[in-house]
Design a protein. Structure first.
Length: 432
């Protein structure tokens, strides 16, 4: 169907634009195409998934929280935007991959290509301005999030490919490593390392050698490119051990816990942490009083969504991860590599969000829900070749049906030999 192809194209465009912080532009096109499809076929906007219940509870709890929020307008609009984000990122991805399983590889390559372009953009801005790498749409922390997320994904593509494909993916990985270093985002570095560790653990053994070769080559190229800024990078690493490096994070975490204690069930409403933080800011905090989020995604949801919102989000996260593990376990060799890369990519993003909150925004949060949609759709799909099912012939032999799926093919008749009799051929009745 022509409209379905347009939706796949819009999804690929959004995935490509996401790493540089422009997911909202692609999402506008994706929304327009999805609404046109839904107008003709309302059921084409969403497919039933195991995440329907936790996602419904999440949006319901946040809607009720908005009604009782001291900032009702902000919380209500933010909840509507989250619902739209889930429909466009997770919903459109799941529908596309369930209806067209072959769209997975182009989608992953769009993410990888967009990540490489965003890395190059960050490198250029850092060299020209002397500041940490960023783009016109997102700062260095958010760019670090998208690059750390894309690194494991690109390395997974390199491990499952061969020849020119592996070379292209390896070059993209080297570029992403350099771009990630130029962000000077320590939390993103930590997330990238966590993603790589998980990728090594989940990857099939026969693919580990390919991954090691690609990663080693990418690291060598990256080290050569970063020789002039090695001193600044090392100082940034050493700064993590100083007490003042985490004082602002500790203050925000303390404030978020205080907010959660005051409104334990429903929280203060989505996207209201920054509005309440001046009231809960510890007196000893010397950082800026203007903080948009708690720099920890779970504490942020506990403060803004309460126990109900946090619990529903955790249920959705666990459910999607479980589907991703199911995809990993039952897929073939190449499918396992793609599943490992996707799981590692999501892990890198979540680990970084323990020290940041960039995924609370629309343009970075799109990547989180997109990855959850991929894992949900592929975990719910049939394995390659389909599930084995018995297709009996009209006749029976020894009381058991003969299957045309899952068993060996019948031997072909050699030239000149008598034809094999049909199993459903009936013996002629003797004349009465």
């Amino acid at each position: 169907m022509e409209a379905e192809r347009w939706r796949r194209g819009a999804l690929l465009l959004t995935a490509f634009l996401f790493p540089a912080g422009y997911a909202s532009l692609g999402a506008a096109a994706l929304l327009a195409v999805s609404m046109a499809i839904a107008f003709r076929r309302p059921g084409a906007l969403w497919r039933r998934t195991p995440l329907d219940i936790p996602l419904g509870l999440l949006l319901l709890s946040l809607s009720v929280s908005a009604l009782f929020s001291p900032f009702r307008a902000m919380a209500s609009v933010s909840t509507l935007l989250l619902a739209l984000l889930i429909v466009l990122a997770l919903g459109a991805t799941a529908v596309t991959l369930i209806d067209t399983p072959g769209a997975l590889l182009p989608l992953l390559w769009a993410l990888g290509a967009g990540t490489a372009v965003a890395a190059l953009w960050g490198i250029i801005t850092s060299v020209m301005t002397g500041e940490p790498g960023h783009t016109a749409a997102i700062g260095y922390n958010a760019l670090g999030t998208t690059l750390a997320t894309g690194l494991s994904l690109v390395l997974g593509l390199a491990a499952q490919g061969a020849g020119r494909t592996r070379l292209v993916a390896g070059a993209a990985a080297a570029l992403i490593i350099v771009g990630l270093a130029f962000t000077f985002a320590r939390g993103a570095w930590l997330g990238a390392v966590a993603g790589l560790i998980l990728l090594f653990v989940l990857l099939p053994r026969r693919r580990l050698r390919s991954l090691l070769v690609v990663l080693a080559a990418a690291l060598v190229v990256g080290a050569l490119a970063l020789a002039n800024v090695a001193g600044a990078l090392w100082q940034r690493v050493e700064s993590a051990s100083r007490a003042d490096a985490v004082e602002d994070r500790l203050a925000m975490w303390q404030a978020s816990l205080a907010m959660a204690r005051d409104r334990p069930l429903l929280g203060s409403g989505l996207n209201t942490f920054g509005l309440l933080y001046p009231r809960y800011r510890p007196q000893a905090d010397r950082s800026s009083p203007e903080q948009p989020f708690a720099h920890n995604i779970f504490l942020n949801l506990a403060a803004e969504g309460g126990i109900l919102g946090l619990g529903a989000f955790l249920a959705a996260l666990v459910g999607a991860t479980g589907r991703g593990v199911r995809w990993l376990r039952r897929g073939g060799d190449r499918e396992r590599v793609l599943a490992a890369g996707t799981l590692a990519s999501a892990a890198a993003l979540i680990v970084h969000q323990q020290l940041d909150g960039t995924a609370m925004s629309f343009h970075v949060g799109f990547g989180l829900w997109l990855l959850l949609g991929i894992m949900t759709a592929r975990g719910a799909a049939e394995p390659p070749g389909g599930r084995e099912r018995a297709i009996p012939y009209r006749g029976w032999r020894k009381g058991r049906p003969h299957s045309t799926v899952g068993g060996p093919a019948p031997p072909r008749a050699s030239p000149g030999s008598a034809p094999t009799p049909r199993l459903d051929a009936r013996k002629p009745r003797p004349p009465s």
